[in-house]
Design a protein around this ligand. Structure first.
Ligand code: NAD
Length: 522
């Protein structure tokens, strides 16, 4: 579909993935509406920037208060459209957003603070260099369904507090979370033009890329990310791409099996495995392997699969039939190639059409889809390794490089291995939770994307550096016209004065170069 395919009257129907019930219906934004949201944002942004960082921080803190006030109702709404257990909506959506707002409020002034740029070259000593940071203007955000509140929220806070306007296109599967974000931001005092939500499927995202946004933050799959990067390249639009992962967990021979198996089960099953940082490959030292697999099997069997709003639910449904089929296809492929499904490996139709049993799988090999394609489902493949060098090689045998984790009783050994892993983040003795630390930059290498969100690095993606150079002497400069033979000789001597090692040569260079100071300029 092209962006022109968006016609008036088209709708997205938002369904509860646990029950299939229609939660809401929304008109899809037309191309003209998307462009006009961006135009309005552009017109309003200078005043928002002029308001100053202190006032913007104040508004963000007000937003925090409102989010805290509405946290339980909001968590319920997120669970209704995304399926995850209520406690996950509270922790990985609301809490993550609250803490990200805190971080952005605390660091906005720092990110916008101008810096002196001193000069080393003596001839430039009359100049004062300053680096100032300005908002990029209008930031476009295209977000996925798996963290429908916290992903766009964290990017939005960083953009708004540094003086940008934002136009957000959330996933068509989870529009309510984005509309709730808008409701709270507007109530806190963010002008409607400064934060706007446009709705729709891929073509709406494509229309946003074609509009006059100044930078795009895209979070989604590798396939879409490549299309987005191509479209952005056509108009030289800068992009940050947060894409998929195939994150590995390493369990070294000195690890605590009970701790590591609990981590693996949570890391693979949380949000029904639909997390970019999910454990999708678990490599375990041979000496612990049998014990580890048995422990994971026991723990997975104890998980309660059900509707996210039921208290006690550990694992909810998958977001869509399409997502469920991806998991099913990978498990079938692995089975056909000789894998051993230890636990699960089937749908749970008695719960609903989009539930899949948390699955533990062994005897997997490199050629199986589940070892190199992103699964995004409740699937834990466990693979043995013999030594650390082999483990590092196995982890790095992937086109993705989002995150990884190492479990060991020897922290130093874990940190040594972390340095060898191809990943944007490595956690020792924990996993996934780096996403919840607003201080930690988030992003990957290779197919996992370009650029960073979160942390100071993520905030700096929202500003443009401008170098301002101010000369204290409003006089004609030595290196201006005219040139000529004598001037060329003098400049050769000047280069010698600057970079020759010996004091004698420096002195001789400076004497020869000095005449250039008095030559007549154009
Ligand atoms: P997706 O790529 O299908 O969609 C993401 C967004 O892009 C949606 O809003 C969608 O409507 C929009 N879109 C689709 N086609 C488009 C086009 N041609 N132009 C512009 N926008 C378009 O991804 P998804 O299924 O919503 O999310 C799951 C994926 O996101 C997984 O691969 C996951 O790993 C990844 N993800 C990555 C991170 C990260 O931080 N690295 C975080 C969460 C999710």
């Amino acid at each position: 579909m092209t962006t022109n395919a968006i016609e008036l009257g088209q709708k997205i129907v938002n369904r509860n993935p646990a029950t299939g019930e229609v939660v809401s219906e929304h008109s899809i934004s037309t191309v003209a509406e998307i462009h006009s949201s961006v135009e309005r944002a552009r017109a309003a942004q200078p005043a928002w920037n002029a308001l100053g960082v202190a006032r913007r921080v104040q508004i963000l803190r007000k937003f925090q208060e409102l989010l805290l006030r509405d946290r339980d109702a909001l968590a319920r709404k997120i669970t209704q459209e995304a399926g995850k257990p209520l406690v996950e909506s509270l922790l990985s959506e609301v809490l993550v957003a609250l803490d990200a707002a805190r971080f952005c409020a605390e660091n906005a002034s720092r990110v916008l603070r101008a810096e002196d740029v001193p000069h080393g070259n003596p001839i430039m000593k009359t100049k004062r260099g300053r680096l100032v940071y300005e908002p990029v203007g209008v930031v476009g955000i295209i977000s996925p369904w798996n963290y429908p509140f916290s992903i766009p929220a964290t990017e939005t806070f960083a953009a708004l507090v540094t003086g940008n306007a934002v136009v957000l296109k959330p996933s068509e599967l989870t529009p309510i979370s984005a509309l709730e974000l808008a409701r709270l931001l507007h109530e806190a005092g963010i002008p409607e033009e400064i934060f706007a939500v446009v709705l729709g499927e891929g073509p709406a995202g494509a229309a946003l890329i074609e509009s006059k946004i100044d930078k795009l933050f895209f979070t989604g799959s590798v396939a879409t990310g490549k299309r987005v990067a191509e479209a952005a390249a056509r108009r030289l639009l800068p992009v940050v791409l947060e894409l998929g992962g195939k994150d590995a967990m390493l369990v070294l021979d000195d690890a605590d099996v009970d701790v590591a198996s609990s981590a693996a089960v949570w890391g693979a099953m949380m949000n029904a495995g639909q997390t970019c940082l999910s454990v999708e490959r678990c490599y375990v030292h041979r000496s612990l392997y049998d014990q580890f697999v048995a422990s994971c099997a026991k723990k997975i069997q104890q998980l309660k699969v059900g509707i996210g709003t039921d208290s006690g639910t550990d694992v909810g449904p998958l977001i869509s039939e399409r997502q469920l089929r991806i998991v099913e296809t990978q498990v079938d492929d692995a089975r056909a190639l000789g894998a051993n499904v230890v636990v699960g490996g089937h749908r749970l139709p008695e719960l609903g059409s989009q539930f899949y049993a948390p699955t533990l799988i062994t005897n997997v090999s490199r050629g199986m889809k589940l070892m190199h394609e992103e699964t995004f489902g409740p699937l834990l493949p466990v693979i043995p390794f013999t030594n650390d060098a082999e483990a590092v090689k196995l982890v790095n045998d992937s086109e993705f490089g989002l995150a990884a984790s190492v479990f060991t009783r020897d922290r130093k050994r874990g940190e040594g291995i972390a340095k060898q892993l191809n990943a944007g983040a490595v956690m020792i003795n924990d996993l996934l939770s780096c996403f919840a630390m607003p201080e930690a930059p988030h992003g990957g290498t290779g197919a996992s994307g370009i650029g960073r969100t979160h942390g100071l690095m993520g905030m700096r993606e929202m500003v443009r550096p401008k170098y301002i150079d101010s000369d204290m002497l409003a006089i004609k400069k030595v290196w201006w016209y005219p040139y000529g033979e004598a001037f060329t000789r003098q400049m050769s001597a000047f280069v010698e004065m600057l970079f020759a090692r010996s004091a004698a040569r420096k002195m001789s260079g400076s004497l020869k170069a000095a005449a250039s100071l008095w030559r007549k300029k154009l």
